[in-house]
Each structure stands twice: as structure tokens, then as C-alpha cells.
Design a protein around this ligand. Structure first.
Ligand code: DDH
Length: 289
């Protein structure tokens, strides 16, 4: 099946610039949401739709957009992502030729760029699976914030990432926040949760202590306003991870470069591109190998 299910005519050219503009409009016109932006939750949707990938059997990944259906939509890790899927629904209605899987991943890319982050190579070519045609993925493929460095490596090595890529990807926690009613954790990682920066790494290098409360173990800074998850703390407790935290805290350009490459790779895990590799992204001058 093609990424473009209903091609009106032979000359039909999908206008990805128009989809980008519609996503930018969603980001600009909903400032009542959260810290004033759907950006972070759209990035999280792109990450969770892709981060189910297992390189050993080539299952999971963004291709298919299987988070539209249970049980995946109901996984604890995906709590709150219905907001992200719903806000994109009018765009899907307006541009029915784009697959959900292309739309969700493109929305993450556009959100990062709109929040001041790097340009990210993105190309279309994902196709959606039908509910009766997909074998449900087992829960537990996405990382569990209360666990340790070994767990983080197990999850990301399964996708095919190395230690440097893991740390670069974690830098996305510069944006967004934890919500008590979604994950049980509370608070943002930085004071500017709608600006994409290397702020996650500079904050991580500060002083952190366990928050005194009845909720799940999380860490707070001396203001009590910022938070880190146990898995975030492992980025400094683990020496191999730590060297990249130091690198990215010092060098935002290097962080942007490595993040852009790793995020682009994440969104393409398990996606078969041989059918269509035309490239319409202005940030992607050449199709990727
Ligand atoms: Fe994350 N993340 N994340 N994360 N994440 C949460 C929020 C956001 C973990 C746990 C949580 C990545 C890696 C990990 C974003 C992007 C990325 C929340 C809070 C938890 C918990 C959810 C809530 O309560 O609303 C864990 C564990 C890991 C790990 O890998 C060990 C990665 C790789 C990314 C990425 O985008 C590349 C973003 C953005 C958010 C903020 C969402 C929001 O609504 O705000």
C-alpha cells in the first residue's frame, strides 16, 4: 500500500509545505494549552510512535501509526498523547492523502523547528496499518522512568542506538513537562519548556536531591521547581553517558547536530522507503541513504 491512498489524478503532487504550514498554525493558535504550546506533546507523540521499534524482528516503529488503536493507545506510557493525536485530526481531514504515520512524525519535526531547535531531515513514505491487519505490540517497549542505566541501554540498543545517540535524544527533555495525571511525575526539566535548547544538559550538571513527597521517586533542584526523572539522573551517574552530557552542556551546536541526526534516524526506524523517496522537505536537500 502506498503512502498516498487516494491519488486524485496522475498529476497529483502532495503538498507537504501546506501540511507544515497547517502544523505551524496549530502551534501558534493554541496558546491556552499547557505552557502555551502543543509543541512538546507533539514531539512526544513522534517519539513514542517511533520508539517501539525492535531491530531484531523489525517490528514496531512509526510505520503503521498503530497507536491509533488499542492496546497501544492505552499503554501507560502513552497517557496524554490523545491530545496530540486529536489536535492533528483536522489536518488529517484537510489533507487526507497524508498517512497518520507521516503526519505524526512530521508534526514532531515541525514542532522542534518552531521551538528554536535544529532543522531535522524528514521524508514521507510511511503507510498506515489497519486495525485488523496488525499484530498488537507487547507493552514495555518504551522506557520506564523509574528504572536505571541498564534498562535505558536495553531499550535504545534494541532500537539500534549507541550511547552518544541516547544522550543526544534525551536532550528533548529541555522541552515539556511531566503531568501528575499522565505519568505520576510532576514538573518541567527547564525554566523554558517551550524553547528547544541544550538546557537539559546544563540543568543536569547542577545539584539535585530526592523530592520529599508521596509520589514516585523524582529529583528536584534547589528552587523545587525543576525536576529530573531517575532515568535522567542516570545520564550523569553513568560515566559513559556523563561524557556526552558534559559535551552537550558546553556545545549547543554539537547537541543540535547530533540530536537532529538521531531524531531523524528514530523517525525512520523500520520504515521501508524504497517505493517513494521523493524529498519535499526544505530541511532535507538530499534524500538520505
Ligand atoms: Fe520523555 N518523558 N522520556 N523523551 N518526553 C516525558 C515527557 C516528555 C522518558 C519519560 C518521560 C525521551 C526519553 C524518555 C519527551 C521527549 C522524549 C514524561 C512525562 C516522562 C515520564 C509524561 C507526562 O507526564 O506528560 C523516559 C523514561 C525516557 C528515556 O528514554 C529513558 C526521548 C528520547 C524524547 C524525544 O523526544 C527524543 C517530551 C518532549 C516530553 C514532554 C511532553 C509534554 O507533554 O510536555
Amino acid at each position: 500500500s502506498s503512502a498516498i491512498p487516494a491519488t486524485p489524478s496522475k498529476d497529483f503532487k502532495p503538498d507537504y509545505q501546506a501540511v507544515r504550514a497547517a502544523i505551524e498554525d496549530v502551534l501558534e493558535s493554541n496558546d491556552e494549552y499547557d505552557d502555551g504550546s502543543y509543541g512538546p506533546v507533539l514531539v512526544r507523540l513522534a517519539w513514542h510512535t517511533s520508539g517501539t521499534y525492535d531491530k531484531n524482528d523489525n517490528t514496531g516503529g512509526s510505520n503503521g501509526a498503530t497507536m491509533r488503536f488499542g492496546p497501544e493507545s492505552g499503554w501507560g506510557a502513552n497517557a496524554g498523547l490523545g491530545d496530540a493525536r486529536d489536535i492533528l485530526e483536522p489536518i488529517k481531514k484537510k489533507f487526507p492523502w497524508i498517512s497518520y504515520s507521516d503526519l505524526w512524525t512530521l508534526a514532531g519535526v515541525v514542532a522542534i523547528e518552531a521551538m528554536g531547535g535544529p532543522q531535522i531531515k524528514w521524508r514521507p513514505g510511511r503507510s498506515d496499518k489497519e486495525e485488523n491487519g496488525c499484530v498488537p505490540l507487547p507493552d514495555g517497549r518504551l522506557p520506564d522512568a523509574s528504572r536505571d542505566n541498564k534498562h535505558v541501554r536495553d531499550v535504545f540498543y534494541r532500537m539500534g542506538f549507541n550511547d552518544q545517540e541516547i544522550v543526544a535524544l534525551m536532550g528533548a527533555h529541555a522541552i515539556g513537562r511531566c503531568h501528575a495525571d499522565r505519568s505520576g511525575f510532576v514538573g518541567p526539566w527547564t525554566f523554558s519548556p517551550t524553547t528547544f535548547s541544550n538546557g537539559y544538559f546544563t540543568e543536569l550538571k547542577g545539584k539535585w536531591h530526592k523530592k520529599k513527597w508521596n509520589g514516585p521517586i523524582q529529583y528536584e533542584d534547589k528552587t523545587g521547581e525543576l525536576m529530573m526523572l531517575p532515568t535522567d539522573m542516570w545520564m550523569v551517574w553513568d560515566k559513559k553517558f556523563r561524557q556526552y552530557v558534559d559535551l552537550y552542556a558546553k556545545d549547543q551546536d554539537k547537541f543540535f547536530e547530533d540530536f537532529a541526526a538521531a531524531f531523524s534516524k528514530l523517525l525512520e526506524l523500520g520504515v521501508p522507503f524504497e517505493k517513494r523517496d521523493f524529498n519535499t522537505s526544505p530541511s532535507s536537500p538530499k534524500p538520505m541513504a
